[in-house]
Each structure stands twice: as structure tokens, then as C-alpha cells.
Write a protein that binds this ligand. Structure first.
Ligand code: AMP
Ligand code: ZN
Length: 472
């Protein structure tokens, strides 16, 4: 079976085919670094991780770009309040985002472009849109003229009549021709200069609107047409509609062939978790409450299909921790098992059945929860077979292959072997001893070995500390 993905554009699970045979260009909307990411944001980012991993499992080379929005109204407000620049204000939150992603074992994207580092690309695209008549300048602001793009609304299957009906009410407040016209460029306001939030442009000094960054940066790194564009479902309208309107009017090419949208994470009350609504939980909060990042990862990717809502609760996290424990115990048991003298043909058949079923579940719009369900069924049977000494060498090898195939997505079974902390502490002590003995070759070697395993050492006033980052 080939990979089928639910494409928001067509509303159907379409067979996936990239433009180039073995290469996938994927753009995903990343974090706005005005604060720590909440667990809802992280659900979306881990969804991108599953898409990416399954494309790789399917044999594609993936070029994945995820933006960092480091300029928006909230960032401006916060930087002004803090009396600092937007660059300084966002720095720790950008760093925290990468730490969270590493703790959750998300694979790194190929590029993480930041909006403020791509202003020229945005200005160029806005200038093209103005020249083409798709945008207009109004008193130093630039707006996109929605009426110039008849396909507007196609992604979210939006009723254009509805868009117009609501239009007149508020339109007096703006210099816009139409209330749904959106800002591409915002005139610099007093105070913007001091916080480093104003740039020169042919239409006057100012800063970009939010939507243009994704169109400009995806073009810069992936070209005019993306194979996949993904984001949380809340971004479908207006953000993704606006991206399509900008890119297709500027480039005269299809912007994205497949649109994937992941559903929300709800908080304990069932409401969508959101920062503006106040009640949000960060990864740090959960870790401080004693939850294991592996269990959090498992909960976010495998508890429900990406197109269903899930509700965050301590019970759900405990259940996920228990499932991770069973998966890891099973992995260890199979690793340790001494094979029986003969193979069990029937069991061999069952393993192959589950391997095929797992693969089919993932190929069916990334149905990881279904695939994992099959694996848990097999674990019960395999434990019984191991108890009865019915697992031969080939049986064992197939089980290990299945474990690898499943862990290519889950990445919790072989991760972070127990006793790792002790081993790292021992290596840190050895490195300190080497440094005291001025054996810097040895101490550098230890640091480098740990780095390739995804552990960085940091000198602090309390001695050397270590933390996880993405391995290289
Ligand atoms: P933001 O940092 O607000 O720009 O959002 C980053 C990503 O998180 C986007 O893809 C959003 O769609 C997604 N997102 C925001 N809130 C939630 C939520 N409660 N559950 C799942 N995804 C969310
Ligand atoms: Zn975007």
C-alpha cells in the first residue's frame, strides 16, 4: 500500500506523490517565541516529527523547514515593557524551544529560519504583490487585496459570501479597502526603533505582518511549490489562506500540493489550550511535576490520531508512562532472550502480520495509535511465546526488526538507557580528572563522544552540568 495523507485542500486521503520522485519539500509553521511553548504547540511540532519520520521510513529524502516567528505584536509589547530589544527578548524563548524539542526527541529540521533575518525576502515579495495589483499601500501600511485573488478560501472551504457580509461593519476603522484585507507591512510606530523592530522598505519604514514570513521563507529555502505544508488546525484560516494568496499571486505557481492540519490539544476542562486564554501548561511544568519526557512524547503522538482532539490530564500521562514502560521492558527482554532451538512457524507468521499491519496503519494517514495497538497485542503473545521458550533465532530477529520499525516513529523504546545518568556523571568525573592532569585531548574526546550521543556539558558555578540536545 502506498502512503495516503489527508489533504485539507481536497478533503480526502490522497495517495502521496512528491514533485520529485525521492525528495520531499516540507514547510511547517513553527513557534512564536514570545514565551515558552505550551504542550498544545508541542503536539503540533511532534506531529511534524511523525510526518517527517514516516516520510523517511517510506524512503524519501526530506527537506524540512520550520520557521521561528520572532516578531509579532505580543513580542513588541513584551520587549517594550521589558525595556529591551525584540532580539534580546526572544533569545531565551528560542533557546527553550530547541531544548523542549530535544527533550521530546523531535528530529531536527534542516532549517529554522527566523522572520527578522529574512526581511529583504519579505520586502521583495510584498513589492511584487504591489506591482501586480494584489496589494496596495495605505498611509505607510501595505495590505493584501483579497478581491484580487478569486481562489481565496479554497483551503478552508470558506464561504466567500460570509466573508463579505461581515465586512462592512468594522471597515470604517481601517484604511483598508475591505475588512478582510490583511496587513503585509505595518508602518513603524514611535518606540519601534528603540526595540529594533523597524526596517527600511520602498513603501516606508516599518515591519512585516505575520503571514508574509512563511511565504517568503518557504520560497527562499524550498522554492515556489511545496510538497507538504503542515500546521495546527487553528492556522488553516486565515494564516494558511493568506499564505496561499500571497505566494500564488507572487509566484504564479501552486503553493503547496498537500496541506496537513493537526487537531488541538485540550486542557483538563476540554478547552483548546492557548497562551492568550491563560491556562496553559509547558513542558517544564510537566517535567517539574515528575512526568518523564518520553511519556509526554508518547502521549502526544500515540494517544490519539493527529486529526482528533486529545485532552491533557495526569491520568492520561500516567497511562502513557505505563505504555512506554511496557514497550521498553519488552525491548530489553527480546534483546536479552536466548533463542530456542527451533522456530515457531505460526508465531513467525503473526510477527509478519503485525509488521505489515503496523506499516499499513502508518501509511493510512499516519495512524500511529492503531499501529501501536497492534504492537501491544503482539507483545502479549510474544511474552507468552518467550515464557514457553518458543522463540527461535529468526523469530527473535523479526521481533527486533519490528521494534526498530516502530521505534523509527516512537523513538522511546531504545531511548535513554536506564543508568545513563550514572554513566554520564562518571564520564564527567573522568573528564575533570583529565583536565586537572592537563590531558586536554582526553577531556575533549569525552565531551565530543557525549555530544554525538546528544548530551552537552555545561560549566556552571555549581560544577559541570549536562543536558540533552539533538544528537549529531
Ligand atoms: P504559535 O506559537 O501560537 O504560533 O503556534 C505554533 C503551533 O502550535 C501552530 O501550528 C498552532 O496551530 C499550534 N497550536 C496552538 N495551540 C494549539 C493547541 N492547543 N493544540 C495543538 N496545537 C496548537
Ligand atoms: Zn505559517
Amino acid at each position: 500500500m502506498t502512503l495516503r495523507l489527508h489533504n485539507t485542500l481536497t478533503g480526502a486521503k490522497d495517495p502521496f506523490e512528491p514533485l520529485e520522485e525521492d525528495q520531499v519539500r516540507m514547510y511547517t509553521c513553527g513557534p512564536t517565541v514570545w514565551n515558552f511553548a505550551h504542550v498544545g504547540n508541542l503536539r503540533a511540532f511532534l506531529f511534524y516529527d511523525i510526518v517527517r519520520r514516516h516520510l523517511q521510513v517510506s524512503g524519501y529524502r526530506v527537506t524540512h523547514v520550520m520557521n521561528l516567528t520572532d516578531i509579532d505584536d505580543r513580542i513588541l509589547d513584551q520587549a517594550m515593557h521589558a525595556g529591551t530589544t525584540i532580539g534580546e527578548y526572544t533569545k531565551p524563548y528560542a533557546a527553550a524551544f530547541f531544548e523542549d524539542m530535544a527533550a521530546l526527541r523531535a528530529e531536527r529540521a534542516e532549517q529554522y529560519p527566523r522572520a527578522t533575518e529574512h526581511i529583504p525576502e519579505m520586502v521583495e515579495m510584498i513589492a511584487t504583490l504591489v506591482a501586480n495589483g494584489n496589494a496596495y499601500v495605505a498611509d505607510g501600511d501595505v495590505y493584501y487585496r483579497i478581491a484580487s485573488f478569486p481562489a481565496y478560501g479554497a483551503l478552508s472551504h470558506l464561504d466567500r459570501a460570509g466573508l463579505k457580509a461581515g465586512a462592512r461593519v468594522a471597515s470604517d476603522k481601517y484604511d483598508k479597502e475591505h475588512v478582510s484585507d490583511f496587513a503585509l507591512w505595518k508602518k513603524a510606530q514611535p518606540g519601534d526603533e528603540k526595540i529594533g523592530a523597524a526596517w527600511d522598505a520602498p513603501f516606508g519604514r516599518g515591519r512585516p505582518g505575520w503571514h508574509i514570513e512563511c511565504s517568503a521563507m518557504s520560497k527562499r529555502y524550498l522554492g515556489d511549490t511545496l510538497d507538504i505544508h503542515a500546521g495546527g488546525v487553528d492556522l488553516m484560516f486565515p494564516h494558511h489562506e493568506n499564505e496561499i494568496a500571497q505566494s500564488e499571486a507572487a509566484n504564479h505557481k501552486t503553493y503547496a500540493r498537500v496541506w496537513l492540519h493537526s487537531e488541538h490539544l485540550a486542557d483538563a476542562t476540554g478547552e483548546k489550550m492557548s497562551k492568550s486564554a491563560g491556562g496553559f501548561t509547558t513542558l517544564r511544568d510537566l517535567i517539574d511535576a515528575g512526568h518523564d519526557p518520553l511519556a509526554i512524547r508518547f502521549f502526544l503522538i500515540a494517544n490519539a490520531h493527529y486529526r482528533s482532539r486529545v485532552r491533557l490530564s495526569p491520568e492520561a500521562l500516567h497511562a502513557a508512562a505505563e505504555q512506554v514502560r511496557r514497550l521498553r521492558e519488552f525491548t530489553e527482554r527480546v534483546n536479552r532472550a536466548t533463542p530456542a532451538d527451533s522456530e515457531d512457524a505460526e508465531f513467525a507468521h503473526r510477527i509478519e502480520q503485525v509488521r505489515a499491519g503496523y506499516r499499513e496503519a502508518l501509511d493510512d494517514d499516519l495512524n500511529l495509535p492503531q499501529g501501536v495497538g497492534l504492537v501491544f497485542d503482539l507483545i502479549r503473545e510474544a511474552n507468552a511465546a518467550l515464557d514457553a521458550d518458543r522463540v527461535g533465532p529468526n523469530n527473535k530477529a523479526s521481533l527486533l526488526e519490528l521494534i526498530d520499525e516502530v521505534d523509527a516513529h516512537l523513538d522511546v523504546m531504545r531511548a535513554e538507557e536506564p543508568g545513563l545518568a550514572d554513566e554520564v556523571e562518571r564520564l564527567i568525573a573522568e573528564r575533570e580528572a583529565a583536565r586537572k592532569a592537563r590531558d586536554f585531548a582526553r577531556s575533549d574526546q569525552i565531551r565530543e563522544d557525549l555530544r554525538t550521543r546528544g548530551i552537552v556539558l555545561e560549566d556552571s558555578k555549581d560544577g559541570v552540568r549536562w543536558r540533552r540536545v539533538a544528537p549529531y
